[in-house]
Design a protein around this ligand. Structure first.
Ligand SMILES: [Zn+2]
Length: 197
């Protein structure tokens, strides 16, 4: 038998070269479209994830109060991003990212401030709470408190908290093809360019 290599298969399955380029472009366009949608609807996705957690838990614990679970679920998914405020006004206040955001606020350019966060929050790798240990802790608390106390409420709250981080990680992979360094407890390691429109 003659020599065999997987590289040969790849060449044969992606022929002619123009088709390969087109496929690549289509992939890139899809990712850029998804990225735009994700930037635009990021908070809404967090709300929907909170709702999904509430409805998942009520499915397994039918007697629970659904309205309470919805409130707890949405809260659990939004609370992790409160750390962005702590970053802006406390431990990250001297960063370029925080300074630009606050300069918009000072000039009462609230729309621009919001726009700036939407466009750049994925480039901020300095938010301390967004790391792998927080994810593990929130999963542990969902299991531990869910099992031992008010089951449904704790399950939903910390499950929702965990899915917040999981979604943020998914976005990193979607946008940058890898996780940001903050997930590995390496904060502000990579200087990313900020954009202003
Ligand atoms: Zn987040």
């Amino acid at each position: 038998m003659t020599g065999f290599s997987f590289a040969q298969i790849r060449v044969v399955s992606c022929h002619p070269p123009l088709r390969c380029i087109m496929q690549g472009m289509r992939g890139k366009r899809l990712i850029s479209a998804l990225r735009k949608k994700s930037e635009r609807y990021h908070p809404l996705v967090h709300v929907l994830l909170g709702l999904a957690c509430a409805f998942t838990v009520i499915h397994f614990i039918p007697g629970a109060n659904i309205l309470k679970l919805i409130a707890v679920g949405v809260l659990g998914n939004l609370i992790p991003d409160v750390d962005h405020l702590l970053y802006f006004f406390l431990y990250g206040r001297k960063s370029e990212y925080a300074k630009i955001f606050k300069s918009h606020l000072k000039l009462r350019e609230f729309r621009m401030a919001l726009r700036f966060i939407k466009d750049n929050h994925k480039n901020n790798t300095g938010v301390y709470s967004h790391n792998i240990l927080s994810l593990m802790l929130s999963i542990f608390l969902a299991w531990y408190l869910g099992e031992s106390r008010d089951r449904a409420g704790f399950y939903v709250f910390f499950m929702s908290w965990s899915t917040h981080y999981i979604f943020d990680m998914f976005e990193d992979v979607l946008f940058f093809k890898k996780l940001n360094t903050n997930w590995f407890m390496r904060f502000n390691r990579v200087k990313k360019e900020l954009t202003q429109k």
